[in-house]
Design a protein around this ligand. Sequence first.
Ligand code: ATP
Length: 327
Amino acid sequence: MYKIAVIPGDGIGKEVMKATINVLDSLNLSFDYNYADAGDECKEECDEALPQETLEIVKSSDACLFGAAGETAADVIVRLRQEMKLFANLRPIKSYPNTNALFDDLDFMIVRENTEGLYKSETEEYTDEGAIAKRIITRDAEERIINYAFNYAKDNNKSKVTGVHKANVLKKTDGLFKEIFYEVASKYPDIESEDFYVDATAMYLITRPQSFEVIVTTNLFGDILSDEGAGLVGGLGLIPSANIGENGALFEPVHGSAPDIAGQGLANPIAMLLSAEMMLRYIGENEKADKLDNAILTVLKEGKVLTPDLGGNANTMELANEVKSKL
Ligand code: ATP
């Protein structure tokens, strides 16, 4: 029995979560769901965007499914990442049919370091001249994320890992990243390794995205490249993500609470469904994850039941029920 924390959150988070749990219910999983509150509505009701009780539920679970938080996203998701020490952010870039994907043959993973780099807010400060931010690169954190990327490649039949940096300019911080990248690579002789500058990578993602299998990079570069990746394979309604830590993991769609379409049944549940699929793989339920992926693929290929963002007129639950019918 797996303990799964479920945080629907705000806006369309609630709708896509309900639709996703409805689909998971058909997979005969041994899941004990623990629902918890967080986000804008939670803050209005109990004065806190992320109550201690929610944090306890997440910490005592095997994994967490997260919908979306609105204005309070930084207080909720950024804090959850810190409290849970979720060091790896994973963004799969995969093309599905009948979507707005720019290429129909993409399937690679972006592995982003989630804990340091330029995004340590306490290292940003005003100065007399303006403001300054420090870029923190530690051997431990970079070794951990690069090892994660090579292990991911090994476990998922990927043959190559690309390290992305700017070591020609950031000679010390990214010089160290590049050095560690090849130290780790030498422990995986069966996996090809290559490294590129981040600016070149941004271009290759447009000119030859098919050449990537696993990309590993630091926090800010990963943030930017993963949104570029999202742009390659269609709209926000399709992009899942995972945040992995040593003692827990959180799975969430990349989109937010989308207040403009909330409460109308217009939200595409696929990003949340694909996030749940990533959770199934994380806990080792690969067969059920494959089943779910095939069902989503079939529904998209048939193109008969699609939400408005994909050019259809089905609502959130109708699309989910269609996926369910293909399981
Ligand atoms: P937040 O403040 O919570 O981040 P937002 O509206 O600024 O909300 P997103 O929720 O990421 O940002 O959404 C941006 C736009 O993309 C939405 O206005 C919506 O039209 C569209 N969108 C996002 N997610 C979906 C989805 N699952 N299905 C359909 N459209 C979506």
